[in-house]
Design a protein around this ligand. Structure first.
Ligand code: GDP
Ligand code: MG
Length: 179
C-alpha cells in the first residue's frame, strides 16, 4: 500500500487579523470566504512541484491578542517548521513589526539547527488607500535576511497564494538537497 509521506511542514505566522487563514484557505480551496474561525489548524495537502507529487502540512497559527512579541513564535513551532510564511498586512504597521521580530527568532534558532527558508508576505494589497508599509520597505526587510518577498491580496486572487506556497516548497526542497 502506498504510504503518503509528508515532505515538508509549513508554518504560517504573523500578527492577528493579517490574513493568515485567508491565505491558507485560499491556497487550499481557491476560495475567499471572508471570515475564518480563529482556531489553530493543521492541514495536509499535496500538489505537483516540478512534476513530482509533494505531500506537506500547513499549520495556520493563531497569534495571541496581546502578543508578547518574544514568545509569539514558540519553540515547538520553530522545531516543527521546515519552511515559514510570515504574513503582515500592508495597512498595519504593527503587524510589520511582528514579522520583523518573528524573523529574528527564526534566524536565531535555525542558525543552530540548519537554516530554514522564509517567505515574507505583505497581504491586503487591494487596500492601497490604507497602505502603511511601502513595497520597498517590505522588500528591503526580505533582502536583508535572505528571504523571498511577495505582496498579495488573498481577497482578490488565488494566484498569489499559489505562488507563495510553490516557492516555499521549492526552497525547502533545495535547502534539503544542499545540506
Ligand atoms: P488571521 O487572523 O491572520 O488568520 O486573519 P484572517 O484570515 O482571519 O483575516 C482577517 C480579516 O482580514 C478577515 O476579515 C478577512 O476577510 C480580511 N482579509 C484577509 N485577507 C484580505 C485581503 O487580502 N484583503 C482584504 N481587504 N481583507 C482581507
Ligand atoms: Mg487565522
Amino acid at each position: 500500500q502506498h504510504q503518503q509521506k509528508v515532505e515538508a511542514n509549513i508554518l504560517v505566522l504573523g500578527a492577528e487579523n493579517v490574513g493568515k487563514s485567508a491565505l491558507t484557505v485560499r491556497f487550499l480551496t481557491r476560495r475567499f470566504i471572508g471570515e475564518y474561525v480563529g482556531t489553530e489548524s493543521i492541514y495536509t495537502h499535496n500538489i505537483m512541484v516540478d512534476g513530482r507529487e509533494t505531500f506537506f502540512s500547513i499549520w495556520d497559527s493563531v497569534c495571541p491578542q496581546n502578543p508578547n512579541l518574544q514568545t509569539c513564535v514558540t519553540d515547538e513551532q520553530l522545531r516543527w517548521g521546515d519552511g515559514f510564511i510570515l504574513v503582515y498586512s500592508i495597512c498595519d504597521r504593527e503587524s510589520f513589526n511582528v514579522v520583523r521580530q518573528q524573523l529574528q527568532r527564526i534566524r536565531q534558532l535555525k542558525k543552530r539547527q540548519g537554516s530554514a527558508p522564509v517567505i515574507i508576505v505583505g497581504n491586503k494589497r487591494d487596500l492601497q488607500h490604507r497602505r502603511e508599509i511601502s513595497s520597498e520597505e517590505g522588500r528591503l526587510l526580505a533582502i536583508g535576511s535572505d528571504c523571498d518577498f511577495f505582496e498579495i491580496s488573498a481577497a482578490e486572487t488565488y494566484h498569489g497564494s499559489l505562488v507563495v506556497f510553490h516557492q516555499l516548497l521549492e526552497s525547502v526542497r533545495e535547502n534539503r538537497s544542499a545540506s
